[in-house]
Write a protein that binds this ligand. Structure first.
Ligand SMILES: [Zn+2]
Length: 245
C-alpha cells in the first residue's frame, strides 16, 4: 500500500523525518540503537491524514517488529517518546563490522592501509586500529570526529559508534552516517564498506587548533599556525603512523 484510505503517501517528507529524528535523539526511543525506521504511533498510519512529526517515533527494526506484531504495546512506545533512550544516554549507537582483516581508513583523497595509527594529533591517536584480542575476533577501530566548532559529534570505541544526540541532525541511511551541524551544513559523511574499509566522504572538523576539510578527492589540514597542507590520491601502507600532526 503506497497510500492509506485518506490518500496519504507512505513517503515521509525529509523535513518531517528530520524533526522526528531530532525529537527522538536520532535513535530508537526504546533501546537507543541507531539503525531506525519511522513509525506512526498515534494515530497509526492507516488512520493518519498528515505526516505529523509529533505523532511519530523512531524505532529500530527489532523494537518496531515487536510493536507491529503486538508483542509490545503502543503504550510502551508512547512512554518511551516522553523520555527517549538516546536523550537519556546522550547518544545513539551501533556497531561497525571489521571481522576479517586490518581495516583501512579512506580519508578524503588519502588511503591509509595496514596502519595501526592512521592519524595522530600532538602525540595522541585521533584514530587507532588495534589487533584482535583473541583468534577469530575482529580488529578494533577507535576514533572520534568533531564538528567545525570543535564539538565531539561521533565517537568510535572498539567498533561501536556513538553519535551525540545533541548534534543538530544525525541520519543513518544504509551504510552511511550523515551528521549536519545546521540546516544545509553537513560536517560529516561517514561510509563503511564492510568488512575492510571505513570511508570519510565529507568532513569539516576542528580539533586542537587543527582544521580538517575533506571530500572524496582531497584531505586538507590547516595547522594552528595557519599552514595548509592538501593531499590528493595519497596511499600510506604498512606505516605505524599515517599522519602525525
Ligand atoms: Zn530498539
Amino acid at each position: 500500500m503506497t497510500v492509506n484510505a485518506y490518500g496519504l503517501s507512505r513517503d515521509i517528507p525529509a523535513e518531517v523525518k528530520r524533526l522526528v529524528r531530532q525529537r527522538c535523539g536520532f535513535g530508537c526511543v526504546i533501546c537507543g540503537l541507531g539503525i531506525v525506521q519511522y513509525e506512526h504511533v498515534d494515530p497509526e498510519f492507516k488512520d493518519a491524514r498528515v505526516h505529523d512529526p509529533d505523532a511519530m517515533s523512531l524505532l529500530c527494526p527489532q523494537c518496531h517488529a515487536k510493536v507491529t506484531t503486538g508483542m509490545w504495546s503502543k503504550a510502551k512506545v508512547k512512554l518511551a517518546i516522553r523520555s527517549p533512550k538516546c536523550k537519556q544516554a546522550g547518544y545513539t549507537r551501533e556497531f561497525f563490522d571489521f571481522v576479517e582483516d586490518h581495516p583501512s581508513l579512506r580519508f578524503g583523497g588519502v588511503l591509509l592501509s595496514n596502519c595501526p595509527t592512521p592519524i595522530e594529533v600532538q602525540g595522541h591517536p585521533l584514530f587507532s586500529i588495534k589487533p584482535p584480542e583473541e583468534p577469530d575476533s575482529p580488529f578494533r577501530f577507535s576514533g572520534l570526529f568533531t564538528d567545525s566548532t570543535g564539538k565531539v559529534t561521533l565517537v568510535i570505541e572498539d567498533n561501536e559508534w556513538m553519535a551525540s544526540s545533541s548534534s543538530w541532525d544525525v541520519e543513518v541511511q544504509g551504510r552511511t552516517i550523515t551528521i549536519r551541524e545546521r540546516h544545509r551544513f553537513v560536517h560529516l559523511v561517514l561510509r563503511v564498506e564492510p568488512p575492510r574499509e571505513i570511508i570519510v566522504d565529507k568532513l569539516s572538523m576542528s580539533l586542537g587548533g587543527y582544521g580538517f576539510e575533506a571530500n572524496g578527492d582531497f584531505l586538507r589540514i590547516r595547522s594552528p599556525g595557519g599552514c595548509i597542507n592538501e593531499f590528493t590520491s595519497c596511499i600510506s601502507n604498512n606505516n605505524q603512523v599515517g599522519f602525525s600532526l
